[in-house]
Design a protein around this ligand. Sequence first.
Ligand code: PXG
Length: 288
Amino acid sequence: MKIYLNGKFVEEEDAKVSVFDHGLLYGDGIFEGIRAYDGVVFMLKEHIDRLYDSAKSLCIDIPLTKEEMIDVVLETLRVNNLRDAYIRLVITRGVGDLGLDPRKCEKPTIFCIAIPMPPLLGEDGIRVITVSVRRLPVDVLNPAVKSLNYLNSVLAKIQANYAGVDEAFLLDDKGFVVEGTGDNIFIVKNNVLKTPPVYQSILKGITRDAVIKLAKEEGIKVIEEPLTLHDLYTADELFITGTAAEIVPVFEIDGRVINNKQVGEITKKLKEKFKEIRTKWGIKVYDE
Ligand code: PXG
């Protein structure tokens, strides 16, 4: 496996970063998780736009243009001969000293990894619990910034692991359900698709955006509004979306069974539609 690291492709064993890198020392950096399906990088432009927005927010000056960054992703797939892959693109503040002042870091560290990876949570319905760890409020550390600080999600995942379930849902500081550790949440109630709005503490998921667009194309009404646990417990259908997990139905939440542990009609439709567009909405890796 060849990995892009600061302008070069190197073998995995040579893909090393400094112990003085502020990405490692402080979680000071940003990333994207991206997928390629049959030689097309799904919504790559949207991922790159979100990456540069995260960078702007954290005052990280990426020394590549967006077009050059797109080429880094495409080239990483080409040198590894991959058509289907999960891609991790990471930018850190760079190498500095043992103080957290970012002015000590001269240039960002950039790396890109591409590996074959099946859907993260499998293909079946999953079990989730709501955990006591809350999502960070927007005025503390805005979850819209896809930063290398994922401790909030890691702590939530630890609670899910301890409870023996597949995923954790987090509430915001007001008690509304906002998202999973690495995924957005949707419910279906009376044929209406509902999901938390971006003004709540959430990451504006690329898969979330695609699902909303697909639903609208199918004539399904979509409402972005704050959701309570009661809304989830009494939903007709419940599912999560994310690049790593894709679209995954939830069969059980906090012990409440959803839709008799069957994949709901709207979830099924959206999964089918997603399969159709995932090789179309994106950028081609190879000339064919
Ligand atoms: N919310 C959060 C907090 C995320 O981290 C999503 C939603 C979904 O966004 P996309 O754009 O992927 O539809 C994410 C995705 C993992 C993992 O291991 C998840 C993410 C990143 C890295 C790993 O599940 N983020």
